[in-house]
Design a protein around this ligand. Structure first.
Ligand code: ATP
Ligand code: MG
Ligand code: MG
Ligand code: MG
Length: 474
């Protein structure tokens, strides 16, 4: 079953259950200064949950464009190596505003997955909130699940997994999640797999029982009416329905990966050896297209800066697999061919998106080129012919924002290694000088860009690339 069909089936199923089909809102939340981006389907209904806004319906269903690259919901570091985390994804969700509550929310979810989509009930696990000082354990949800599941498949978790909110302020509540086993053990009797690093136990759907609001001072008050907010990404539903292990193997991503391979003239061997970098390019091509379509341009502040970071990150990873010139406009063309029917804003802004992204890639390439020239000039001056000085590597970082792993990769081609201790010492000295001077005030720019699991052919080291903050600010 194709991704587009899964999306439609979800909307149709809930429409039949009396839900108004509401279009996705923008990635940029309206009137919500506490959120940089839309992180979930509930964001456009925030004020409805709070009782500050009313709508002509009390049940809604949507497929919402989401971004999780900032604030409380930030998955950027995972993207590439993770088989199921994206920066941009589509969240399928049903909502009740003081209408039905836990019983029907659980029933709808169960019916949709097992009857409408035909998933295997024996692969399912669910979770409930275990409770804390303020909020009791959710025995009600536990008992409701017993109608569908054996008791040993109903697990209890703490607030980290089973008390949901979009941010620090706003509506929240205990939640019940559905996890699906995608491995090949028909018994799948490993409760420890749920909410663990074991990728064969995958969270697919979160049913949030909205009951509280948390204000700026952290005070919890009950919502005017208990409500329902659920979210399941189309990408994860596609993984389980299409019987693959990661979203990049579903029809939502394979055409983008094929485009990358065609542009590079590579085959599946190269892809397997460098899959993280391909995944970053595929993932970011989608987010970049949607962000520009929703009105953003790369820049140095706030949301624009996040977009700049994504374009440069995609361009950089693209270069590690062989791109020499701007390429994102072409991968984005594939994204638009695939998603333009469901999201017409992509089509209407197609040429603008291409122009903006290519311009940003060109600026980024110039920065990289400057650093490369400097590096070439430094090479003949190394005291030890086998070691590239840490001070020079640091200078490249400091002046050109040159990431350490890039320097390592280039000097390795000449048979040199970087003096890491020397580099760290320079970095530490600069940190000491700059402490309190808020060097990276552009936002959270210190995340690692060369992630775990990157293929060894792409990188010779996995050092923290604080320097990216620097490159990106240029
Ligand atoms: P995970 O534990 O896998 O990070 P989560 O608990 O953070 O997921 P929720 O906040 O509960 O996710 O969001 C609801 C649903 O949205 C998830 O059950 C999943 O289907 C989907 N989802 C969440 N984050 C992502 C992401 N980065 N990429 C794709 N789908 C996601
Ligand atoms: Mg998460
Ligand atoms: Mg989770
Ligand atoms: Mg969750």
């Amino acid at each position: 079953m194709k991704g587009s069909e899964l999306r439609q089936r979800f909307l149709d199923y809930f429409a039949r259950q009396g839900h108004a089909v509401v279009p996705s809102s923008s990635l940029i939340p309206a009137d919500n200064p506490t959120l940089l981006f839309t992180v979930a389907g509930m964001v456009q209904f925030n004020d409805v949950f709070l009782g500050r806004e009313s709508r002509p319906y009390s049940r809604a269903v949507s497929s919402q464009k989401c971004l999780r690259i900032s604030g409380k919901q930030n998955d950027l570091e995972n993207v590439g190596p993770s088989p199921r985390h994206h920066t941009f994804f589509e969240m399928l969700g049903n909502f009740s505003f003081g209408d039905y509550f836990k019983k029907d929310a659980i029933r709808f979810a169960w019916e949709f997955l097992t009857q409408e989509i035909g998933l295997d009930p024996k692969r399912m696990w669910v979770s409930i909130y275990e409770g804390d000082d303020q909020i009791p354990a959710d025995e009600e949800a536990h008992d409701l699940w017993l109608a569908y599941m054996p008791a040993e498949r109903i697990l209890r978790f703490d607030a980290k997994d089973n008390l949901w909110s979009a941010g620090d302020v706003g509506p929240r509540g205990p939640c019940s999640e559905i996890h699906y086993y995608i491995g090949d053990d028909p018994d799948n009797q490993v409760p420890e797999g749920v909410n663990s690093e074991d990728d064969t136990y995958m969270e697919i759907w979160n049913l949030v029982f909205m009951q509280y609001n948390r204000d700026e001072n952290g005070v919890l008050t009950p919502l005017p009416k208990p409500s329902i907010d659920t979210g399941m990404s189309l990408e994860r539903l596609a993984i389980v329905k299409q019987g693959v292990f990661r979203s990049y193997e579903t029809d939502l991503f394979t055409p983008i990966i094929h485009t990358v391979m065609e542009l590079l003239g590579t085959g599946s061997e190269h892809y397997q050896a460098n899959s993280s970098a391909y995944h970053v390019v595929a993932d970011h091509s989608r987010s970049i297209a949607f962000m520009i379509a929703d009105g953003l341009r790369p820049g140095n502040e706030g949301r624009s800066y996040v977009l700049r970071r994504l374009v440069r990150r995609a361009a950089y990873f693209g270069q590690t697999i062989g791109f020499k010139a701007p390429f994102l406009a072409e991968t984005i063309t594939t994204v638009i061919d695939m998603m333009g029917d469901a999201y017409p804003e992509l089509r209407s802004k197609q040429s603008y998106i291409a122009e903006v992204v290519t311009g940003e890639e060109e600026r980024f390439n110039k920065t990289l080129a400057g650093g490369l020239r400097q590096l070439e000039a430094m090479l003949p001056n190394q005291a030890d012919k086998a070691v590239f000085s840490g001070a020079d590597a640091f200078k490249l970082y400091d002046t050109y924002g040159f990431p350490l792993d890039l320097t390592e990769r280039i000097v390795a081609e000449r048979g040199l290694t970087v003096d890491l201790a020397g580099y760290e010492a320079e970095l530490e000295a600069q940190r000491a000088r700059g402490r309190g001077a808020a060097q990276f005030k552009k936002g959270a720019v210190t995340e690692r860009w060369a992630e775990r699991n990157l293929a060894p052919t792409s990188f010779t080291g996995y050092h923290e690339l604080e320097s990216w903050g620097h490159v990106l600010a240029l």
